[in-house]
Design a protein around this ligand. Structure first.
Ligand code: PMV
Length: 310
């Protein structure tokens, strides 16, 4: 029997633009998905207290159409292939991560599952390899995905991701956040498609995507220099540009403004948008209280370790 956990993540800069090859900066945060794996007579998937993206929990057992169970099933297959065996495994999942809300719940479950199953099958993997396989799983289930979430969840801390160019860790000391959650979610695929259509019909929108790339290039320098005022200012700019791309919402805007008015250094939506979560830099009690007042749920998070054995 083995147990692994993997963290959620927030985007400091660059969601959506990363789909077009622009860089992004993310930070793994200390809300985790835990996967317990055990060799068994036949494959089975159970959940203790979550609904994994597209998967419904009923009485502790996951049920759903074949493609709804896709993430977990594919992760098990990948780990098995990598271990070069045909052994069956039973996995049980528990999660502290809101689903489909911009915190990378699907990447965290995929990364934790690959790690737990590969350990159970006697073939533990390096975090980088877990990230690569996790990306392959997300690609095959979603059709399109950037490697950002799986890399952040596998390696932990703050990371810089420039697809097909470079992925590396950044110093995450001093980074603490308040996350506000409006209780909603929007399908990532639809949000990505909406931005694609906008950029295709409107040149100005393509310019906004490039500008987000510029924000990220400045932002990575600010993170490396630990210039938190500049990081916050650039997060605010990034939020404005995401709204320009049409992925904001009333409830996200309300939480962003509540965080700023309570003294956050900066605040923006995180992930695909349309609903879900915002991230505010500077996790003081006033910011938490300010966001809590307008959110379904708010919590403090800090930079977290990547995938690990529990
Ligand atoms: O909402 P999330 O955590 O699935 O993040 C989506 C981020 C996008 O840039 C919109 C898509 C991607 O694959 O990077």
């Amino acid at each position: 029997m083995t147990r692994s956990s993997a963290p959620a993540k927030v985007f400091l800069f660059g969601e959506h633009a990363v789909v077009y090859g622009e860089p992004a900066v993310l930070c793994a945060v200390d809300r985790r998905v835990t996967v317990h794996a055990e060799e068994a007579e036949e494959d089975a998937i159970h959940a203790e207290d979550l609904s994994v993206t597209g998967v419904t929990e009923r009485g502790g057992a996951l049920t759903g159409e074949a493609d709804e169970l896709g993430y977990v099933r594919k992760a098990v297959e990948k780990a098995r292939e990598e271990a070069g065996t045909e052994a069956a495994v039973e996995v049980t999942i528990s999660s502290e991560v809101p689903v489909g809300a911009g915190l990378g719940s699907s990447a965290a479950v995929v990364v934790a599952a690959i790690d737990a199953v590969s350990r159970e099958l006697g073939a533990p993997l390096e975090a980088e390899r877990v990230a690569e396989l996790g990306y392959e799983v997300e690609l095959s289930v979603q059709g399109s995905a950037s490697p950002s979430d799986t890399y952040a969840s596998a390696t932990g801390g703050a990371v810089y991701v420039e697809p097909d160019v470079e992925m590396r860790s950044l110093d995450s000391s001093g980074l603490s956040f308040v996350v506000g959650y409006d209780g909603g979610s929007a399908p990532t695929g639809e949000m990505v498609e909406g931005v694609r259509r906008l950029t295709e019909r409107n040149l100005v929108a393509s310019g906004v995507v490039e500008l987000i790339g510029e924000v990220t290039r400045s932002g990575v320098g600010a993170v490396e220099e630990n210039d938190l005022d500049m990081v916050g200012e650039l997060m605010n700019l990034n939020h404005g540009l995401l709204e320009a791309l049409g992925v904001g919402s009333t409830s996200l805007a309300r939480m962003v403004w509540a965080a700023r008015e309570a003294g956050a250094r900066g605040a923006k939506l995180t992930g695909a948008g349309g609903g879900g979560c915002i991230v505010a830099l500077g996790g003081g009690p006033e910011v938490l209280a300010g966001v809590e007042a307008v959110a379904e749920e708010a919590f403090r998070v800090e930079a977290a370790e990547g995938v690990r054995q529990e």
